[in-house]
Design a protein around this ligand. Structure first.
Ligand SMILES: Nc1ncnc2c1ncn2[C@@H]1O[C@H](COP(=O)(O)OP(=O)(O)OP(=O)(O)O)[C@@H](O)[C@H]1O
Length: 659
C-alpha cells in the first residue's frame, strides 16, 4: 500500500521545494544581468550593476513601475559578446538596445528572444550576412534599427515577413540584392538609404519618401526614377524559386507589352517635347506676365534660362500697373526699375504663388513673393496693413521691405535669408546637419518672434497665422526669421481655410473657431518637427482640410509606448548631456499641441518655458532615454507644469489613431 503512494510523495516534495527555493533553480534578473555583463568588454559604464535591491537604478535598465522590461545600453563604448542565451533567461525583456557602441562580428542569434518588441543595434561594427531566418518567430518585433553597421547580403526574408513592423532603419550598411516584398507596408519610419540595393522597388513601398531609398545606385521604380527594363536584367528577387516555363512565357509576354508601352511613351514624349519647344518660343515673350502680371515689352523681356534665372525687366512701372511701395525707411538703396532689371531665380512655389530671389545689381538681394487670393480687401485697408507690418522691427521677424499692389494680386518684397528655410534643412538633405544647439537657438528665436507678434497684434486671434517650417527663414548665422506673418486679415477665407497653417489646428479644422492659442498649436507642431525631423503631412498641399495632428498623434503614440528616445531625429539622437533639455522641449511641444485649448500653453508660458531651456543638462539631472513614466517624472523641476498627452478620448473623437 505504502509502496504505490511513494511516487506521489516524491513529486509533491519536489514541487513544494521548487516553489520555496526558486533561486536554487533559476537566477534572479540581477544575477542574470551580472552574468550578461561578464561577456561584455569595456563595461565600466555598468559599474553600478551591484546592488540588486536597487535594480531599476542600474545604468541602462528600463523599468516601468519598478519592473524591469528592457536594456538601453547606448553610447557606452561597449564591445565583446552579446550572450543571447543569457538574455533569453530575462523573461520580461521586450526591448534591447546597444546603439552607438563597438560591437562587431555577425548579428547574434536574437531570434531566440521572441518577446522582443524593439531591437536597436545601429552604429556599431556588426558585419556579414544576416541569415534568411535571422528574425524567424520574432512575431512581436515592431522596431528594428540596424543602421550604420557593415551588414551585407540581402535583406533577410524573415525580417520582411514580420507583420507588426512599424519602424525599420537599415541605412548606411552594405545590404545588396533586391528589396523583398514586406508583409507590413505602412511604416512609421522606413530607411534603406545608402546601401547597395538594386532592382525595382516593390510597389507596396512606393509611397515611402524618396530619401528612404537614396544612395542605392541600382534601385529604380517609384519613388525613384522609373526602371529601364532591359531583357537581360531580371527584376525578380534572386532568391525567388527558379522560373518555370509558364513563368518565362509570362515574362516574355510582359516584356512585349512593356516594349510596346515604352514605344508609345517615347513617341508621346517626342510629340510633347516638340509641343513644349514650340510653346517656349512663344513664351519667351510671355515670361514676365506670370511673374509680375504686367503688359510685356517684347524687346526687354527674356525667357527662363536653364538655371531658372529670370530677368525681371519690363514696363512694370507703367502707371496703370501700380507701383512699388516701400514700407521701411532704411531701404532706399534701390527703386522699382532696379528691381525689374535684377536677375531673378525661382525659389519655389507655395500656395499663394511663386517666390523669387532677385539680385539687384549694386544693391541688395531680396525675395519677391507673389500673393494671389488677397482680393477681398480694399486698397486702403491693404496699404494700412502693409504699413503696420513694415513697421515691425524684431531680430526674429523677416523685414517686409516693400509691396506692390494690384487688385488681382500683390507682390511682397522681403529681405533674403542666406540659409533658406528651416524646412529645407530638416527635410531637404542639403548636407548641413542642424545640431541640437542650433535647433535650440532656432526655436528660441521662433518663440521670441511669435511673442513679438502677439504683443503687436493683441486683438488678433492669429497674429502669425501661417507658422510652419518653410516660413522660418535662416540668416547666415542660422538665426531664425519668421516670414509670411500677419497676413490672415488680408487673405480670402476660403484660401486660408485650405492652406494656411493655423487652419490645420483641431479647433479650426473641426469647429472653425480660431482662438488666441491657435498659433501656439503651430508652434507645437514646429517644435515636434524640429525634434523628430519628421515632416508633418498636412504641409502637403492636397486640397481642402487636413489636420496637423498627425505628428502630434505620432509623438503621443511613441511616448505612450516605452521608447521615448526614438522620438528624436537621428541627427540629434547622439547629443550628449543635452537629452534632458531635449526632453523638456518635447514636453513643451506636446503641451503646445494639447487638443484642449484650456490646457494648451498660452504664448507667454510657452515663451517662458522655452527661454528656460539650456543647451546642456545641469549636472544634478542625470538622464537617459526614458519611458513614458520617466517623461512624467524627469527633466522638469517645476511641479506646476503638469503634463498630459492627448487622451484617447480626443483621439477617438477624431478617429485618428495611428498605431
Ligand atoms: N526670404 C527668403 N529667403 C530665402 N529663401 C526664402 C525666402 N522666402 C522663401 N524662401 C524659400 O522659397 C521657398 C518657397 O517659398 P514659398 O513661400 O513660395 O512656399 P511655401 O512657404 O512652401 O508655401 P506657402 O505659400 O504656403 O507659404 C521656401 O521653401 C523657402 O525655401
Amino acid at each position: 500500500m505504502m509502496a504505490h503512494k511513494k511516487p506521489f510523495f516524491y513529486i509533491f516534495t519536489f514541487f513544494m521545494l521548487s516553489i520555496c527555493f526558486v533561486p536554487i533553480f533559476g537566477d534572479t534578473n540581477g544575477q542574470i544581468l551580472i552574468r550578461f555583463k561578464g561577456f561584455l568588454s569595456n563595461n565600466n559604464a555598468l559599474n553600478n550593476w551591484v546592488d540588486e535591491s536597487n535594480l531599476c537604478n542600474w545604468s541602462g535598465l528600463l523599468c516601468t513601475n519598478n519592473n524591469f522590461y528592457g536594456l538601453r545600453l547606448e553610447n557606452m563604448g561597449l564591445g565583446g559578446k552579446i550572450d543571447v542565451d543569457t538574455l533569453f533567461e530575462l523573461t520580461n525583456l521586450v526591448s534591447f538596445s546597444v546603439m552607438n557602441n563597438s560591437f562587431e562580428g555577425p548579428m547574434p542569434e536574437f531570434k531566440k528572444l521572441v518577446k522582443l518588441r524593439g531591437l536597436f543595434l545601429s552604429n556599431n561594427k556588426f558585419s556579414g550576412e544576416i541569415l534568411d531566418n535571422g528574425f524567424e518567430g520574432m512575431v512581436n518585433l515592431k522596431r528594428v534599427f540596424l543602421a550604420g553597421n557593415e551588414f551585407n547580403g540581402h535583406i533577410p526574408f524573415s525580417l520582411a515577413s514580420l507583420t507588426r513592423l512599424l519602424d525599420l532603419d537599415l541605412h548606411d550598411n552594405s545590404f545588396g540584392g533586391n528589396i523583398p516584398e514586406f508583409q507590413q507596408n505602412v511604416f512609421r519610419f522606413f530607411d534603406l538609404s545608402n546601401n547597395q540595393l538594386e532592382g525595382q522597388i516593390p510597389i507596396s513601398l512606393s509611397n515611402e519618401p524618396l530619401t528612404s531609398f537614396s544612395g542605392n545606385k541600382g534601385l529604380c521604380g517609384k519613388p525613384l526614377n522609373p526602371c529601364n527594363i532591359s531583357p537581360t536584367k531580371s527584376i525578380v528577387h534572386p532568391n525567388s524559386p527558379p522560373s518555370t516555363q509558364g513563368n518565362r512565357n509570362k515574362h516574355k509576354r510582359l516584356l512585349r507589352v512593356l516594349i510596346v508601352v515604352l514605344a508609345i511613351v517615347l513617341l508621346a514624349s517626342i510629340v510633347a517635347l516638340l509641343f513644349i519647344q514650340s510653346r517656349r518660343r512663344r513664351r519667351s515673350v510671355k515670361q514676365l506676365k506670370p511673374i509680375l502680371g504686367l503688359q510685356q515689352n517684347s524687346q526687354k523681356t527674356q525667357s527662363f534660362k536653364e538655371t531658372q534665372s529670370i530677368d525681371l525687366a519690363g514696363d512694370f512701372s507703367k502707371g496703370e500697373n501700380g507701383e512699388l511701395n516701400f514700407v521701411r525707411e532704411d531701404r532706399g538703396s534701390f527703386d522699382l526699375q532696379d528691381l525689374l532689371r535684377a536677375s531673378a531665380e525661382v525659389l519655389g512655389s507655395g500656395s499663394f504663388g511663386s517666390t523669387y530671389k532677385a539680385m539687384i545689381s549694386n544693391g541688395p538681394i531680396v525675395v519677391v513673393k507673389r500673393f494671389r487670393h488677397m482680393n477681398n480687401v480694399g486698397k486702403n485697408e491693404f496699404f494700412e496693413h502693409m504699413e503696420k507690418l513694415g513697421s515691425l522691427k524684431h531680430p526674429n521677424l523677416l523685414p517686409l521691405v516693400a509691396f506692390y499692389y494690384k487688385k488681382e494680386e500683390k507682390f511682397l518684397v522681403y529681405d533674403y535669408g542666406e540659409n533658406g528655410s528651416l524646412a529645407s534643412h530638416l527635410h531637404g538633405r542639403n548636407g548641413i546637419v542642424l545640431n541640437w544647439s542650433t535647433r535650440l537657438k532656432i526655436i528660441k528665436g521662433v518663440a521670441r518672434g511669435l511673442s513679438h507678434l502677439y504683443e503687436e497684434f493683441p486683438k488678433q486671434n492669429l497674429p502669425h497665422g501661417h507658422l510652419k517650417s518653410s516660413n522660418v527663414i535662416l540668416n547666415n548665422s542660422f538665426e531664425p526669421l519668421l516670414t509670411e506673418y500677419g497676413l490672415i486679415p488680408m487673405t480670402n477665407k476660403n484660401h486660408a481655410q485650405q492652406f494656411m497653417a493655423s487652419y490645420k489646428s483641431p479647433e479650426v479644422t473641426h469647429f472653425d473657431r480660431p482662438n488666441g492659442k491657435t498659433d501656439i498649436w503651430c508652434l507645437g507642431i514646429l517644435i515636434l518637427e524640429l525634434l523628430t525631423g519628421k515632416f508633418p503631412s498636412n504641409y502637403l498641399r492636397h486640397g481642402k482640410g487636413g489636420e496637423s495632428s498627425d505628428l502630434a498623434t505620432w509623438v503621443n503614440t511613441v511616448v505612450r509606448e516605452e521608447w521615448t528616445g526614438e522620438v528624436f531625429d537621428k541627427d540629434i539622437m547622439g547629443t550628449r548631456n543635452g537629452e534632458g533639455e531635449m526632453l523638456k522641449l518635447l514636453r513643451i511641444g506636446m503641451f503646445c499641441c494639447e487638443w484642449s485649448v484650456e490646457r494648451r500653453l498660452d504664448w507667454k508660458d510657452a515663451l517662458a518655458k522655452i527661454e528656460e531651456l539650456k543647451e546642456k543638462d545641469s549636472e544634478d539631472e542625470s538622464f537617459s532615454y526614458v519611458s513614458e513614466g520617466d517623461l512624467y517624472s524627469k527633466g522638469v523641476t517645476d511641479d506646476d507644469f503638469s503634463f498630459s498627452v492627448v487622451t484617447d478620448s480626443h483621439v477617438d473623437k477624431i478617429g485618428n489613431v495611428t498605431d
